[in-house]
Write a protein of this length. Structure first.
Length: 47
């Protein structure tokens, strides 16, 4: 049973890795930079 769960986990990780590579290959550099940007301060300066 543990081997079945391990194999399923490997398949899910493979799918997620292929998905990230596929999306990053099809997107432009500007879009990837915008998507990777994590705002560290609040955008709203009014409180």
């Amino acid at each position: 049973m543990a081997l079945f769960i391990f194999a399923g986990d490997l398949l899910v990780m493979l799918f997620m890795t292929v998905l990230v590579v596929w999306v990053s290959m099809r997107s432009s550099k500007e879009l990837l930079d915008f998507s990777a940007n994590i705002p560290l301060i609040e955008e709203d300066e009014h409180g």
